[in-house]
Design a protein around this ligand. Structure first.
Ligand SMILES: [Fe+2]
Ligand SMILES: [Fe+2]
Length: 243
C-alpha cells in the first residue's frame, strides 16, 4: 500500500487535452440537461416531490408496555418521548457504525510498516469506547420500553448520510490520512449527537442517563481532538516526506 500523495497520469482535468476542450464545451451546449431551465426550475421540480413524499419511517410503538414510553410519560414530562427514542435509535446506529469504522481503519494500519504504535493503541481504545456507547444507548432504549433492534427514521437518515464515510474508509486504496480525515467527519457528528442527546435526556429528568451521556461526550471530545491531531500529523508528514 502506497500511503503518500503522488504526482501521476491523472486525466480528469480539462487541461490534460486542450484539443478536446472546445469539443467538450460544444457538447455541453448542444445536449441540454434532462430538466431544462435553471436552479429555480429545478428547485420547483424537487419541491413537487417533497410535497408528495411520505415520511421516511416512524418510531415504533414500544413492544414492552411496561416501559416508560407512552402517554403517561409524556404527560409527566410535557415532551414527546418518541423524539428521544428516535434520536437514541440514531445514536445506536451511529455508535455501531463507529465500531466498524475503527475496525476498518485498524485493518488499514495493519498493512502499513512504519505505523505509529500510539496511534494504533488510540484507535483500539476508541473502537472499544464506541462499543460501550452502543451498549449504553441500547440499555437506555430497553429501559424506555423501546426495541433497540428497530431502525428509527433518524437512524435511517443518519445511516444514509454517513454511508460515504464508511465507503471512504473501507476503500482499500485510500491512504491512512484520507481515512483519518473521513473519521474526523464521523467524530464531529458524534460529538454534536451526544450534545443533543444530553439536552433531550434532560426532558425526562433522568440524572443517571445524563451523567452517563456526559461521560460518553467527554470520551467523544477526546476522540475528536486526537483524530484531528493525527490527520494533521499524517498530512504534514506526507508533505515533508522524502520522495
Ligand atoms: Fe461515538
Ligand atoms: Fe467517537
Amino acid at each position: 500500500m502506497n500511503k503518500h500523495t503522488q504526482l501521476g497520469m491523472n486525466r480528469t482535468g480539462i487541461q490534460m487535452s486542450p484539443l478536446d476542450t472546445a469539443k467538450l464545451k460544444n457538447i455541453a451546449a448542444e445536449v441540454p440537461p434532462d430538466v431544462g431551465g435553471n436552479s429555480d426550475v429545478l428547485a420547483a421540480f424537487r419541491g413537487k416531490f417533497v410535497a408528495d413524499a411520505e415520511p421516511i419511517g416512524s418510531v415504533p410503538v414500544p413492544g414492552n408496555l411496561k416501559g416508560l414510553v407512552g402517554t403517561a410519560m409524556e404527560k409527566l414530562t410535557g415532551h414527546h418521548i418518541e423524539v428521544l427514542v428516535d434520536k437514541l435509535g440514531e445514536r445506536l446506529a451511529f455508535e455501531r457504525t463507529g465500531v466498524r469504522l475503527y475496525e476498518a481503519i485498524l485493518a488499514k494500519t495493519s498493512a502499513l510498516e512504519d505505523i505509529s504504535e500510539p496511534l494504533v493503541q488510540a484507535l483500539r481504545r476508541f473502537r472499544n469506547e464506541e462499543l460501550v456507547h452502543f451498549e449504553l444507548v441500547k440499555s437506555v432504549l430497553l429501559q424506555l420500553g423501546a426495541d433497540p433492534t428497530a431502525q428509527t427514521p433518524c437512524a435511517d437518515a443518519a445511516g444514509v448520510a454517513s454511508s460515504g464515510i464508511l465507503k471512504a474508509i473501507t476503500d482499500p486504496r485510500t491512504t491512512l490520512a484520507q481515512s483519518l480525515d473521513a473519521l474526523l467527519a464521523a467524530e464531529l457528528i458524534d460529538n454534536a449527537g451526544w450534545e443533543l442527546l444530553i439536552k433531550l435526556a434532560g426532558h425526562v429528568d433522568h440524572t443517571e442517563w445524563i451523567e452517563q451521556f456526559q461521560l460518553a461526550l467527554k470520551q467523544e471530545a477526546h476522540h475528536l481532538a486526537t483524530v484531528r491531531l493525527y490527520v494533521e500529523n499524517e498530512i504534514l508528514r506526507d508533505s515533508a516526506a522524502l520522495r
